[in-house]
Write a protein that binds this ligand. Structure first.
Ligand code: GCB
Length: 879
């Protein structure tokens, strides 16, 4: 085989254009003086919604933003065809060059390319670019509603592309203009097809040689083909080439993501001058979905396992760097995944490149979520987005599925008019059919998919279970609906009712707020423990069933969903990682379950600071320690003392560990094939004395959540523990019942309202109602006592997005007036939280108490009207 020197003088120049833009949200008019407009210097990627999506005021800026920048047209760029290539701007964009409109684009998640040469003055060295981006709601642009934030801005990179006057088409939906497919691949032989479009912008007819060269990973040529095509002046031409034998293929798979590359060039046949060149990846693989046996890659049975991902990150919004995006792909891979559902929209090109090279199979989709608009414009935008997505991502070997709808019956229109609703549902099915057929036409080599929610009958009745080649189900039994056991039942039902329809679980997951822990985990308590158990159950059921082609965790990382409230307002906590990418326990469970190498990880690793009450002898506090592992038996030492061996069950092992006050060095180890594997962690334990006058563990500070069974770490790293009934010598509540919303069907206790004026919502979201006293049998001394209140009843209640029909309602205010005395001294009189502060607002009341003799501290609550409440309490020893 020949070693080919590929042209190093790439005839196309790509210049990043991300630095030093000016940005303004003020009213700007193209070609006007705009003296009043205040500009701010920004770099791309940029969004204007980083802060307002996190504040306590509902909503975020959805409107226009302006960007401007003057670019230099260097000598090298003169006489070139210039294009501005936007990788993504949300969601309607207009591009002006030197005051003239050069192009526009609709849709926030696909790239677009604007030719700018016609607007550059001859001989000028500069051009002014002005870009208007608008993220206002538009009924004709999907997504209309969704559980994520529609951040505005030029939130992906922009490049200036300079080509010669003959080049591969950049105006074909911002694709590369070259499309590579692998119509036939086996272990022995592979065929690759290269098609494309190019344009001759000169005023002469040209004979052009189009060559495609396939190189292996070491840049050796393995196949080549060329054809000469005559193109008239100012005309577009097309080509189609078949490389019938790429040699013995080195197959692409997640385990061995071997990439060839295809270099396609245009050469002037008369002069031999190379005019344009593009490089594309080539992965040789074949795959199929089978309704009974699941998925097969390169002839081998394969369970698709992975996650989805949203493209935002704490403190950055959706304007994340390519580095962050690629690290996310690595996080998915390192969880033991072989699949990534790129949901709910096409993502940064770097993401797709990383999937090819790191080895993840993918499905990619357009953001048609929850509902549609029955308008020609909405339809057209959906179709355009689908075509853009396919053409822009066509050459990625990682892509095996194109998807186009997510839970489209979640927000059914016309709930009071069944006839209109029928028409609406039929319109959805018609749109699905159109999207499906255009997808099959654009790309006959991949599968199509729709992701439905668990309303089996509605999707079935309206045909949505069989339009696409694969049916996706987003299933949340044991989270949004009560019982985990409904999950396996649903899988079996699909298989029974639709035995010929391949399917995957396109979503499943449960919230884990990494600050919340529980020894008695319950659905919707937001504890990490509930969610770890949830995933363990799901993994077991998924792996039992060969007909389930794959399953995708929702979601890789926590993400912003501005309309959400809950324990961490504006954040969806279903991530295996936190919003700033710290792994939570379930992430380790996935590693243990799916990595092929020996794995031992102390799952509670985000919980290195713990607190709890000492046993009656005052020596230690027993709490569980969970370890994720794929070994069979593990042993545990704490502070070098053997605690014992346990068998790993479904990839988790749990010990009850007697934690001592202060440092606890935890060491877990096990053997695989005679080799030792271990993990070590230092857990700092704050032991609360059994009796508050204990000499062994001296009382310093106590932070207690009332009406909750959770442990919480707040924003100043203070540890909160659950309440206990008062015991003589110790501390606790007298009287009162946990606040529970009647028949709410989800929350076991407390509220999920956004508590205003705090980032530590869980301190305020639970309470004891009807409390009589709170007592601390502390020894003599000086103490700071802090009472935390929030009125959990009343005000406007909204529970989107998981209750989409709830558009907000006024909750009855409760009458509640009470007095609080501390050691019989009046502290709060006629305290009326709702009246004085309003509902769902964090209120803190402090006082200093001098305790003499053995009086201790008694906080007593006396009702004037209604029932007294207390949400949380702290006691801090001052001297
Ligand atoms: C879904 C949606 C996804 C949500 C998720 C959730 O089914 O497809 O966009 O974020 O549920 O967490 O509620």
């Amino acid at each position: 085989m020949l070693f080919v020197a590929v042209s190093v003088h790439a005839q196309r120049t790509v210049l990043p254009l991300n630095d030093a833009w000016q940005f303004s949200k003020d009213n700007y008019t193209v070609n006007a003086a705009n003296a009043a407009v205040k500009w701010q210097a920004v770099n791309l990627p940029h969004t204007w919604n980083i802060d307002d999506v996190m504040d306590d005021v509902p909503g975020y800026y959805r409107g226009a933003g302006w960007y401007k920048k003057t670019i230099n047209i260097s000598a090298a760029l003169k006489n070139k065809n210039l294009f501005l290539y936007f990788e993504g701007a949300n969601q309607q964009t207009e591009v002006y060059v030197n005051g003239q409109k050069a192009g526009s684009h609709t849709g926030g998640y696909t790239a677009f390319c604007v030719p700018v040469s016609p607007f550059i003055k001859t001989g000028s060295n500069k051009a002014e670019i002005v870009v208007k981006v608008d993220n206002s709601f538009n009924e004709n642009i999907p997504p209309l509603s969704a559980d994520f934030t529609f951040y505005g801005g030029i939130y992906r990179c922009v490049n200036l592309i300079a080509t010669s006057d003959v080049h591969f088409s950049l105006s074909d939906n911002a694709s590369k203009g070259v499309y590579i497919s692998t119509p036939s691949v086996s272990e022995k032989k592979a065929m690759a097809a290269v098609k494309g479009k190019f344009i001759n912008t000169t005023s002469q007819k040209k004979n052009l040689k189009i060559s495609s060269v396939v190189l292996d990973r070491s840049h050796k040529q393995v196949a080549t083909i060329s054809s000469v095509i005559a193109v008239n002046a100012k005309q577009e031409g097309s080509f189609s080439q078949q490389l019938n034998d790429v040699g013995t293929p080195h197959l692409w798979s997640p385990e061995d993501p071997y990439l060839y590359s295809v270099i396609t060039t245009i050469t002037d046949a008369a002069t031999g001058i190379v005019l344009d060149e593009v490089k594309n990846p080539l992965g040789l693989r074949w795959f199929k979905f089978d309704a009974g046996q699941g998925f097969f890659l390169n002839g081998k049975s394969y369970k698709l396992i992975g996650t989805s991902r949203h493209q935002d990150y704490e403190g950055m919004g959706n304007a994340v760097s390519k580095k962050v995006s690629v690290e996310d792909v690595r996080f998915i891979k390192n969880a033991g995944s072989n699949f990534f559902r790129v949901a709910h929209y096409p993502q940064d090109p770097a993401v797709m490149d990383a999937c090819d090279s790191i080895g993840l199979l993918t499905s990619v989709e357009i953001p048609v979520v929850n509902e549609i608009t029955e308008s020609a414009n909405f339809y057209r935008n959906c179709m355009d987005m689908q075509v853009e997505m396919i053409r822009q991502n066509y050459n990625h070997p990682s892509v095996i599925i194109w998807c186009y709808m997510n839970e489209i019956f979640l927000k059914p229109h016309y709930t009071n008019d069944k006839d209109k609703q029928k028409t609406y549902f039929a319109a959805i099915a018609a749109l699905a059919r159109s999207l499906d057929s255009i997808t099959r036409k654009e790309d006959p080599y991949r599968y199509t998919m729709i992701a439905n929610h668990a309303d089996f009958n509605r999707y079935q009745e309206n045909g949505l279970t069989t339009i696409a080649m694969i049916t996706g189900w987003n299933l949340y039994s044991g989270w949004y609906s009560a019982k985990q056991e409904d999950f396996p039942a649903f899988l079996d039902r699909h298989h029974e009712k639709l035995p010929n329809q391949p399917f995957m679980i396109t979503e499943y997951g449960a919230d884990a707020d990494n600050r919340i822990r529980s020894m008695e985990p319950l659905r919707f308590d937001k504890s990490v423990e509930y969610t770890t158990q949830f995933h363990q159950f799901y993994i077991t059921e998924i792996m039992k069933r060969p007909f389930v082609a794959g399953a995708v965790v929702w979601n890789l990382a926590d993400f912003n969903s501005e309309t959400r409230t809950e324990s961490m307002p504006h954040i969806n906590n279903k991530g295996l990682l936190t919003w700033d990418r710290v792994p939570k326990d379930p992430y380790f469970l996935y590693q243990a379950s799916f990595l092929k190498t020996p794995f031992v990880k102390i799952a509670s690793s985000g919980w290195e600071n713990r607190a709890g009450v000492a046993d009656s002898a005052g020596n230690f506090c027993v709490q569980p320690l969970q370890v994720a592992s794929n070994l069979q038996v593990l042993s545990l030492k704490v502070n070098d003392k053997e605690i014992g061996n346990v068998n790993v069950r479904n990839y988790l092992a749990t010990w009850n560990v007697p934690f001592v006050n202060g440092a606890n060095r935890v060491e877990v180890s096990g053997y695989s094939n005679g080799k030792l594997y271990k993990d070590v962690m230092n857990i700092h334990f704050q032991l609360q004395p059994y009796n508050l006058d204990d000499k062994k563990t001296v009382f310093k500070q106590l932070n207690v959540l009332l009406g909750a069974k959770r442990y919480f770490t707040d924003s100043s790293k203070q540890l909160w523990i659950p309440d206990q009934p008062y015991r003589a010598g110790s501390w606790g509540c007298v009287g009162g019942k946990p606040f529970i919303i009647d028949n709410n069907g989800r929350l076991p206790y407390g509220t999920d309202k956004n508590i205003l004026d705090t980032d530590d919502d869980p301190i305020y979201q639970t309470q004891l109602v009807g409390i009589k006293e709170y007592c601390f049998d502390v020894p003599a001394g000086k103490y700071e006592l802090v009472l935390h209140f929030a009125e959990l009843q009343g005000g406007v209640v909204r529970t989107p997005p998981y209750n989409l029909s709830d558009t907000g309602r006024e909750e009855d205010n409760v009458k509640r007036i009470f007095n609080v005395n501390v050691n019989n001294v009046p502290f709060l009189e006629h305290f009326n939280i709702a009246k004085q502060y309003g509902a769902a607002k964090a209120i803190t009341k402090r006082t200093v108490v001098n305790v003499v003799n053995n009086s201790g501290i008694t906080v007593s609550f006396k009702a004037v009207e209604g029932e007294p409440v207390l949400n949380a309490i702290q006691l801090i020893r001052i001297d």
